[in-house]
Design a protein. Sequence first.
Length: 300
Amino acid sequence: MKKARLALVIGIVCISIFPVLVKLNLTPGVISAFYRMGFSLLLLLPYVLVKKAFKKPSTKGALLAILCGIIFGTDVAVWNIAIQGSTATQASLLTNLSPVWVGILAFLFLKDKPKSNFWIGTPVAVFGMILLVGFKVFKHLDFDLAFTFGILSGVLYAFYMLISKHVLKSMDVLTFMTLSLIASTIHLGLVSYALNEPFYGFSNTGWLVLVVQALVCQLLAWLLISYATKHMRATRVSVSLLGQGMLAALLAWMFIGEQITIQMVFGGLILLLGIRITFIEQPLTRFKAKPHKNKRFKLG
């Protein structure tokens, strides 16, 4: 469990730089998602083939892994569009509602229901996220396509977390990632072609950003997060991923000069508190009564 938690923390750090890179707006949203998946596949596939790490899955497992790839690729694409079409703050807030959707879907469809600490910690963490992005964002919410895509991104993310958790019970991480990346790359390539988005002609900085997204934000981050998902509750992982909002704000302050206020710091602390609540292990509250030993006394 400690290894899974460490993997989750490092994975969150890796994906936290993604909003900062998207804010640079160097490539269109869907094609950016395509290259993020495609470059990740090119980096992963040689290792998997040389090490013979790909293990033939069941037909059902393979189909579900492919479905995960399509869902996740679509999620990244619509989130990119949401960020570029509105503000990164609004898009991040809407996308980070995914733990709520994860909890609801898990409650409705899974045998392993969310624990009470999830329902306590999640509202606390979401409130911390709202403080982090600021109440002013609600004054500027535009119920347009970007808003819809922000909501859709959170819902897709929730479906991905739950389905991948199910698949990873019977499939190793490298096999899952390989199938998922193949599916998402093909899917996003076809969508990019249909939308007539450019596949080349970017600046050197644009290509560099695409490579960093693939290597750090996708390959490294999701190998680690998938490992954590395999060994932890999907609800717990989804709430923990809210931490990326706080780290993204810190990185935006460091590299692109965005302001950090006292309210944001306070919101970040509440966010961490909410995440911590979901990690509280609940002790058993049922105690078995100890049987009374009958003592026999001899008279006389």
